[in-house]
Ligand binder design. Structure first.
Ligand SMILES: C[S@@+](CC[C@H](N)C(=O)[O-])C[C@H]1O[C@@H](n2cnc3c(N)ncnc32)[C@H](O)[C@@H]1O
Length: 347
């Protein structure tokens, strides 16, 4: 590690320290990303822009799943939806009948889901193109075309999915806020489970989900082993998990993969009292854990630009010393796994 990287390290310890101080003092120190306080990511985002991003996020996943063939998604769940239910609402507009949002903190109503829904309806009705890679550089997976997928969502299908009475049922489900008082809107349901991986919650939704999606969330779950166990419990036999994972340091280090250089003790200091953080699981650890329950159908990896990779092997903390150079260079991945038949087990 270059000298200036070492000099920068205390900045990240200070970010951890700031999490233990009242805001009146903490504001004078460098701060972690606001999401780590557990209060959400982008509260002030313009609804129209947010909807276009959420629409694109769902469509990218749906298109790649379609390329795999035979993936059904009547009952969809999302791990870590963030500040809105938008991706799940787009799934409902694409023919899903139920959406189950799964999070550690209850932030999915930070944005106005009713307004986002109306924006999504308008995008579907217009068959709007998805945001391109330039417009949405952080989203994965990359696609060959960002046109509306008329081959998947044909006019015939959309006539059914966007029928007025069906849209009204979704609106009722949104207003019910996934509460226990549950909506009674016929075949459409939206549930919100927080925290979602408790035994009680898993018991309630066990074997009920066709597809679990997640975007930029599996790098944040504290207990990755429990998460894949829980995902497997929720999925029916043959169900699919499709996740986009960001392995970068999330501003916890000077180099994009600099988080692998902290010892466990240093990392505790850097995390401080953050409500959630990043779990520092590299890509290959996820794949190994997933293989306990899932067959990997697709593993699309994206690399760090070379200039961001000055971390040297000797700088790796002991627990990461076995990571290969190839793995250290992976910045993001989009992974699809299919549940093995009857693989519900104990963690
Ligand atoms: C970076 S945000 C991603 C939000 C959204 N999926 C997106 O792409 O914008 C990370 C999300 O992971 C959630 N999260 C953190 N720990 C979690 C856990 N153990 N289980 C489920 N979600 C979790 C956070 O609350 C947040 O909603």
């Amino acid at each position: 590690m270059r000298l200036w990287e070492r000099v920068k390290k205390p900045k990240f310890y200070l970010k951890g320290l700031a999490t233990s101080l009242p805001d009146s003092l903490g504001k004078y120190l460098p701060q972690h990303q606001p999401q780590f306080r557990g209060a959400g990511i982008r509260k002030d985002e313009n609804v129209r822009e947010a909807a276009a991003g959420l629409y694109t996020s769902w469509m990218r996943t749906m298109i790649v799943l379609h390329q795999q063939g035979g993936v059904t998604y009547k009952n969809v769940a999302e791990i870590g939806p963030g500040d809105s239910l938008g991706v799940g609402l787009a799934a409902l507009l694409s023919g899903a009948n139920s959406f189950l949002a799964l999070d550690a903190v209850p932030t999915a109503y930070n944005l106005n889901n009713e307004e986002i829904f109306e924006e999504l309806v308008s995008l579907f009705k217009k068959r709007a193109p998805l945001l391109s890679q330039e417009q949405c550089p952080k989203q994965r997976p990359h696609l060959k075309s960002y046109n509306f997928p008329t081959d998947i969502l044909t006019d015939e299908k959309l006539k059914v999915f966007l029928a007025d009475d069906r849209l009204e049922k979704i609106r009722i489900a949104i207003r019910a806020k996934g509460g226990r008082e549950k909506n009674n809107s016929g075949q459409i349901s939206i549930d919100y489970s927080v925290p979602w991986d408790t035994d009680a919650s898993l018991f309630e939704y066990r074997n009920s989900v066709d597809l679990i999606i997640s975007s930029a969330a599996l790098e944040h779950v504290d207990d990755v082993v429990r998460t894949y166990y829980a995902a497997n419990e929720l999925l029916r036999d043959g169900g699919v998990i499709a996740s986009s994972i960001d392995f970068k340091c999330h501003d916890t280090a000077g180099l994009r993969n600099g988080h692998f250089a902290y010892s466990d003790l240093e990392w505790k200091v850097v995390r401080g009292r953050s409500v959630f953080f990043i779990n520092r699981w590299p890509h290959e650890w996820h794949i190994k854990e997933m293989k306990k329950y899932f067959t990997i159908l697709h593993d699309d990896v994206y690399h760090h630009p070379r200039q961001n990779l000055q971390l040297e092997r000797k700088d790796l903390a002991p627990r990461f010393s076995g990571i290969s150079d190839e793995e250290l260079a992976i910045a993001e991945a989009f992974i699809i796994g299919k549940k093995h038949a009857s693989s519900n087990t104990s963690p």
